[in-house]
Design a protein around this ligand. Structure first.
Ligand code: AMP
Ligand code: MN
Ligand code: MN
Ligand code: MN
Length: 283
């Protein structure tokens, strides 16, 4: 049996619902053999996930999903096999989280002007100890009964042009790739099909990404349709990039896809794990 890889998933350390340990147990129960925990801008869930992985006999890849601004757009760069003890990475992510909190306060002010008081406090309560994301605002507005589900909250309040949207400067693309690479990790463009870049910008992104040391793109992800698997497999080949696969799981009932059910990478792809020593003999 080939190994079941899921190299993109979230815990309650960012906007997922399950704790790191519960996420690992859940993945193991769903047949995943190799799981990457890739919380947004935060790596503090990795030790607990690692301990749980040993107990559940699955391999845990230390990961992160870094928010990046490129050409005024937000992109996500996943780092796989990063070193959670790397100080430069820890420090840079801590700064991103401080700025993320300031952005959340501004989002709260925008929503207050639209007649929704105390949204920052509400979102912060739901985020508990974790980073604060638009998802927490969405959950709070649903809790208030203002909107029926988080998807509708995004549409009505949290995207460009809406009262809770704040233009934000995330990390620079080059810095994110270098931090990941210098901590021993592999940089991967998350869900490239989601950015609506147009073909010229997509080609420029792939070119720049590679020139800064980026290694792979997600080809199979819950954000892509099967024709997009083929489209991005072709682009990966064209740019000599490896291919990754991940569910981008956020928790039971709120994810596009169940864990452990990813399609295989198209056969012309070079898997991102191809030269990871621990899987050499097991493919
Ligand atoms: P943030 O990093 O705070 O901007 O939050 C981004 C997160 O919001 C993403 O990682 C997704 O989990 C979630 N998200 C983005 N767009 C939507 C949407 N249209 N509907 C539901 N969730 C979304
Ligand atoms: Mn998310
Ligand atoms: Mn993402
Ligand atoms: Mn994600």
């Amino acid at each position: 049996m080939p190994l079941n890889f899921d190299l993109h998933a979230h815990s309650s350390v960012s906007d997922g619902l399950l704790s790191p340990a519960d996420l690992v147990a859940y993945a193991a129960a769903k047949g995943v053999n190799v799981l990457a925990l890739t919380d947004h801008d935060d790596i503090s869930g990795l030790p607990a996930a690692q301990a749980a992985a040993e107990a559940h006999n699955i391999a845990l890849i230390n990961g992160v999903e870094i928010s990046v601004t490129w050409k005024k757009r937000t992109l996500h760069i996943v780092g796989l096999n990063i070193d959670p003890n790397n100080l430069a990475l820890q420090k840079a992510l801590a700064l991103v989280r401080i700025a993320r909190d300031e952005r959340a306060q501004q989002m709260g002010e925008g929503l207050a002007k639209a007649g929704i008081a105390d949204a920052y406090q509400g979102a912060k309560r739901l985020a508990k100890q974790s980073i604060i994301t638009r998802v927490h605002f969405a959950r709070y507005l649903v809790e208030l009964g203002l909107v029926k589900d988080t998807k509708s909250v995004f549409k009505k309040y949290l995207v460009k042009g809406k009262p809770g949207f704040v233009e934000h400067q995330w990390m620079d693309l080059q810095q994110a790739i270098e931090l990941i690479t210098q901590s021993g990790g592999t940089a991967v463009i998350a869900h490239p099909g989601r950015y609506d870049l147009g073909s010229v910008n997509m080609l420029q992104l792939l070119h720049e990404f590679r020139s800064y040391g980026g290694v792979a793109i997600e080809v199979v992800t819950s954000s892509h349709t099967p024709p997009q698997y083929q489209q991005f497999a072709k682009l990966a080949h064209q740019f000599s990039l490896k291919s990754s696969q991940g569910s981008d799981y956020h928790g039971p009932g709120i994810s596009f896809m169940e864990m452990g059910r990813l399609a295989d990478l198209p056969s012309n792809c070079v898997p991102v794990w191809q030269d990871w020593p621990q899987f050499q003999s097991m493919q």
